[in-house]
Design a protein around this ligand. Structure first.
Ligand code: GYE
Length: 323
């Protein structure tokens, strides 16, 4: 009987040892992933949130990545600190969605010295030396501005228009390019008058606040050029609260073409929306995978984008979109 018990215990021990996974240290687990530090601008807009979700979905553990996201709350100093932390942590790649174009040289030199490739997404940087980043992927913001202006020229013709311009955060590529487009339009169209221009920092609250203040001062305008959808939403709320009809009393031109904004194009509240594509996650994933296999990647990649007014848009087109 005793012999049987000893044999049973021995069998159990063998089975447990064989079935349990091999012991692994934390470092080994960490080594299995490509570690990516992502310095994100913030959470100021729907575009931004769609961009963050796209990065999280693509740079997931199932796809072999460990993603560390730092939200800079639209502050460049916070991004610089985040990049320094990533360098200190020894990440494999740094992704930077820069708030503004200027002021990156020192910290990117530090990343270069630590041999960490930097991939820039969305907005661009103005670097002294372009070896400070490996690749950039994003939009042609100047082209977006020009697209909006071309539509305005066709739509408004020779009618006099009085424009309120809500800018994004000053010094960001999205603001610089879209503003440059409008400036060119103002130069070429004598019937266009700029009655007000200020930054709404790409947020809905600021967009609403600025338009409310203009209405309170009885400023006369009939067009709003909002450099993103969230500022357009805020402007629309301000107009409606004042009893004005967006799309009739005031025509709104916007950028991003988020789904909610395209619904407003269909309903006539937004006249024209220029698309800006935030789905950079899979694009960044492809860049890193190429680099991991020792291949080179293009320095600059512009994503394809379109623009919509009610004449070309359908509900099916809106429903089939990823953001
Ligand atoms: O248009 C805006 C966001 O840089 C393209 O930033 C991006 C812009 C986008 O906050 O909604």
């Amino acid at each position: 009987m005793k012999k049987w018990l000893t044999l049973l215990l021995l069998l159990c021990t063998i089975c447990l040892t064989a079935c349990s996974p091999a012991p692994s240290s934390n470092t080994e687990e960490f080594d299995d992933f490509i570690v990516v530090g992502f310095s994100q601008v913030g959470a100021e807009s729907d575009w931004r949130n769609a961009n963050t979700r796209s990065m999280q979905a693509a740079l997931s553990e199932e796809n072999g990545f460990r993603l560390i996201i730092d939200d800079a709350q639209q502050k460049q100093e916070r991004q610089i600190t985040a990049i320094r932390n990533f360098i200190h942590q020894g990440v494999d790649y740094i992704i930077l969605a820069p708030t503004t174009e200027k002021g990156w040289d020192t910290v990117l030199q530090e990343a270069k010295a630590a041999n960490i490739p930097v991939i820039i997404v969305d907005r661009m940087i103005e670097a002294e030396d372009d070896s400070l980043f490996t690749s950039w992927i994003g939009s042609d913001f100047r082209r977006e501005g020009d697209t909006a202006v071309k539509w305005m020229e066709q739509h408004f013709g020779a009618s006099p228009i009085r424009i309120v311009h809500l800018q994004g955060n000053i010094g960001s590529s999205a603001q610089i390019g879209r503003t440059a487009g409008l400036d060119e339009g103002l130069k070429n169209n004598e019937n266009w008058q700029l009655v007000y221009r200020d930054t709404g920092d790409f947020t809905q609250a600021k967009g609403q606040e600025l338009v409310e203040a203009l209405l309170a001062e009885n400023v006369d305008f009939n067009v709003i050029f909002a450099e993103n959808d969230n500022m357009a939403y805020g402007a629309i709320d301000a107009l409606k609260n004042a009893g004005l009809i967006p799309g009739k009393d005031v025509m709104i031109i916007s950028f991003d073409a988020n789904r909610a904004a395209l619904d407003m194009v269909l309903s006539g509240e937004i006249a024209y929306d220029v698309e800006c594509n935030p789905l950079h996650g899979p694009r960044v994933q492809a860049i890193i995978e190429k680099l991991e296999s020792g291949l080179s990647t293009p320095k600059l990649t512009y994503v394809e984008e379109s623009a919509f007014d009610a004449s070309i848009l359908t509900k099916e087109m809106i429903d089939s979109r990823g953001y």
